[in-house]
Design a protein around this ligand. Structure first.
Ligand code: IDP
Ligand code: MG
Length: 152
């Protein structure tokens, strides 16, 4: 487990529309994770079909791609110890109704198709998603000044 593990977190159009950008960033910052990349963008269909490629057979796939492309999203890369797994825990379950209060989806969501935020489900997925959404030059290598207060 390395302190430089990275995950891909994305605020979906519903999260942006509901004014939750700052709230979601705040949670990752305050937890002690380091922001490596972030942008606001409208995702095209090719990118989204590739991003959600493994769900292409699901009945909800066309609706999913259409919705995520319906407005701006905030893709981000966060770095830190065990951040892939911890990021998923901070998001909650896919269905917000099954998400514990205290998680992002459990605090802000109701419907599975409006679950506010995306997070990579494994280290492999994270690497694939980061490469898909960001150019290498957009990933910032910088030192977290407080790291001695976050890591032993
Ligand atoms: P995840 O986002 O928790 O990793 P996935 O199974 O990867 O969940 O599904 C991707 C996204 O597709 C979900 O976040 C959700 O927005 C949507 N989705 C998943 N299952 C359903 C469903 O049964 N109906 C409608 N939308 C769904
Ligand atoms: Mg997923």
């Amino acid at each position: 487990m390395s302190n430089t593990e990275r995950t891909f977190i994305m605020i979906k159009p519903d999260g942006v529309a509901r004014g939750l950008i700052a709230e979601i960033i705040r949670r990752f910052e305050q937890r002690g994770f380091k922001l490596v990349a972030m942008k606001l963008m409208r995702a095209g269909e090719d990118l989204l079909q590739s991003h959600y490629g493994e769900l292409a057979d699901k009945p909800f796939f066309p609706k999913l791609v259409k919705f995520i492309g319906s407005g701006p999203v905030v893709p981000m890369v966060w770095e830190g110890k065990d951040v892939v797994k911890q990021g998923r825990a901070m998001l909650g379950q896919t269905n917000p109704l099954q998400s514990a209060p205290g998680t992002i989806r459990g605090d802000f969501g109701v419907d599975i198709g409006r679950n506010v935020v995306h997070g990579s489900d494994s280290l492999e997925t994270a690497e694939r998603e980061i490469a898909l959404w960001f150019d290498k030059s957009e990933l910032n290598d910088w030192d977290l000044p407080l790291k001695g207060a976050i890591y032993e």
